[in-house]
Each structure stands twice: as C-alpha cells, then as structure tokens.
Design a protein around this ligand. Sequence first.
Ligand SMILES: Nc1ncnc2c1ncn2[C@@H]1O[C@H](COP(=O)(O)OP(=O)(O)O)[C@@H](O)[C@H]1O
Ligand SMILES: [Mg+2]
Length: 352
Amino acid sequence: MPIARLAIQNVRNIAEATLELDPGVNLLSGPNGAGKTAALESLHLLFRSRSFRTTRIASVIQREQKHLAVGATLTVDGRAVQAKTLRSRGGAVELYRDGARLKQTSALARLQPIQLLLPSVADLVFGAPAKRREWLDWGVFHVKPDYMRLLRAYSRALSQRNVVLRQGVTGSDLDTWSAPMVSYGEMLTEHRLNYLDSVAYSIRESLRALTETPFELELRLRRGWSDDDLADALGQSLARDVKSGVTHTGPHRADVDVIVDGAAAATTLSRGQGKIVATAMRIGQALALSASAQTLFLIDEVGAELDPGHSAKLFAAMAGLEGQVVATSAQEPRLPSGVDGRVFHVKQGVFS
Ligand SMILES: Nc1ncnc2c1ncn2[C@@H]1O[C@H](COP(=O)(O)OP(=O)(O)O)[C@@H](O)[C@H]1O
Ligand SMILES: [Mg+2]
C-alpha cells in the first residue's frame, strides 16, 4: 500500500513540502538540521498519531504556528485513499480519511503499518520491557482486529483497580475491577502467545538475511504473572498491591525474553549484534504481515544504524518484502549500489 504523495505543513523546520515518493526506496539526504528526521516524524504522526521523539506536540509544531498538518495519498486494496492529520498546540488531534473525520486514533494506524528503525533500535533488545511490549502489541494489533479494544478494556480495569487500591478498599469493590482485568488479561495474553509463535519463523528468516553468522534465536513470552491463572496471581499479590496502591502482576508487566544461543541476549550480545537482532525482530514482523499488508519502514540515519555490509543486506531484505522505505542519511547522497529508488536532497526544510 505504498504512499505516492506526502504533504507536510508546519512540522518543525518544514513550513510546506510535498514529496512524490517512490513505491520502493526513498532516501532523504542532507546536512544535520535539514529536516530529514522531521519528515519521518511527519509520517509517524500521521499513521501512529504521535511523534517518536517527544510527547510534547507543541515542540513539533513550527514556531509561531498554531497547527501542523500531514497528509498522504496511499493505495489501500487497489484504491487511492487520502489520509490526513491535524494537530494543534492545545493538543487537539484530528484524523481524516477521504475528507471524513475519524473517531478512532487507531483507524489510520491500521491502514498503514509502520516500522521505525532509529539509531537506538537496539533498545528493543537491551532496553526496558515496555519496548518489547510495544513491539509485541504492534504485531498483534495488525493481525487481530479486536486486540486494541481488549488492550483498552484491560487498561481501564487496571487503572480503576489501582484507584480502588489507593483508597485502601478491598473485597467486592476491588473484585469489580479484578474480574475484568482477569478476563481481558487472559484473552490478550492468549493473542500475544499465538502471535509470538506465528512470527518466530519470519524473524529467524530475517536474521539469516541480515547476517552471515546467525545466532540461534528464541523469543519467549513472560506473561506478567507466575501462577497458573491470573486470578490466583492477583490474590497472591494482594497484600503488596494494597500496601503500594498499584497492581504488581498482570499482562501490563509482560515481557519478551530474547534468547540467543541459549542465553539472554541483553547480557551476551555486543551493541552491534543487538542492533542486528532488533532489526530482524522488526523486519520479521513485516515479513509475517506481508501477505495481508505492506509495511512502511522509516529508517533514521541509515549509516549509523548498521555498517555498510549490513545496510546493503538490510536494503536487500526490505526490497524482498516489497515494502516501502523512507530512509535518511547525513553522509550518503546516494543509494547503495544495486538499490533502486528516489533520492531527495533536503536543505533548511526544503526537499528537492
Ligand atoms: N518547533 C520548531 N519550529 C521551527 N524549527 C524547529 C522546531 N523544532 C526544531 N526545529 C528545527 O528543525 C530542524 C529539524 O531538524 P531534523 O529534522 O532533526 O534534522 P535532520 O534530521 O535533517 O538532521 C532543526 O534545525 C531544528 O532546529
Ligand atoms: Mg535527523
């Protein structure tokens, strides 16, 4: 579902830009501060409803301006679709599809799956569990239409339970929220387990495509609780939960153990190897999804991401997926040899 045209208004130093994108690889090349990352950020704002750099939208909107706008023309099921987002300093979010206002922020996210490869991609392996939960939830979201609703229902029950805990109340008032936490929590965990099983093969394939010396890679879900069922686990941690006013157990504490050659990846891999594993985890997700949807890859500082040998392999792997790529580079004015696509030169927020 490639994006044919991208229109950006008032995103950081980009006052107004229209890019006719290649359905394959696009390289944004230019000096530091030119607006390359701002262009990636624009696509992320449109399809993920948030920046990947900051939670403060006001800092993304161009100085002196009240709003920003990002629009794109993309193909969905063979038809051209116009997607658009408007954001204002006050925090208001508006999303449109073919001119009609959308209520759900996830509506555009479903339209165009996005994978982000930042220089910090290795955080997926070395960073906090939240990174891996987000990775996992992205995958489930794109294959299970109902998943977002489940996640929201679970979070609602969890935050209500925490409110009740902080009031020092137990008994039936607490059960009112523990019960839906358990039922939604077990359902969403089932989806997570199934997804992780289904994506494992594609991730190993992607790892083989990225490196000559692949590791034996295994991903294992930590559900977020240790007893057989979640209800028992919640019962077990009740005293602790009451004491601190937060729920310590459940799928909001889930993690994915990344295991290479039988040992925890975070403690055995080098930073560079961690980047490769993390990249394989992201490309593998796109590969697993490729029968039903094409993923858009946003790669910031492609040179910093991987060494030249690995970046050539990265482009080859993405070309094999037929996904669309928008990559930036401050050093490289050209695409790697053998890679077709379009190059944009970026200077002071202007693309040519
Ligand atoms: N709110 C803003 N309004 C105007 N300019 C901004 C704003 N925020 C950042 N900038 C400028 O926009 C540019 C954005 O650069 P960036 O996209 O990160 O550059 P690159 O990725 O090409 O190195 C920087 O020069 C920065 O100073
Ligand atoms: Mg940048």
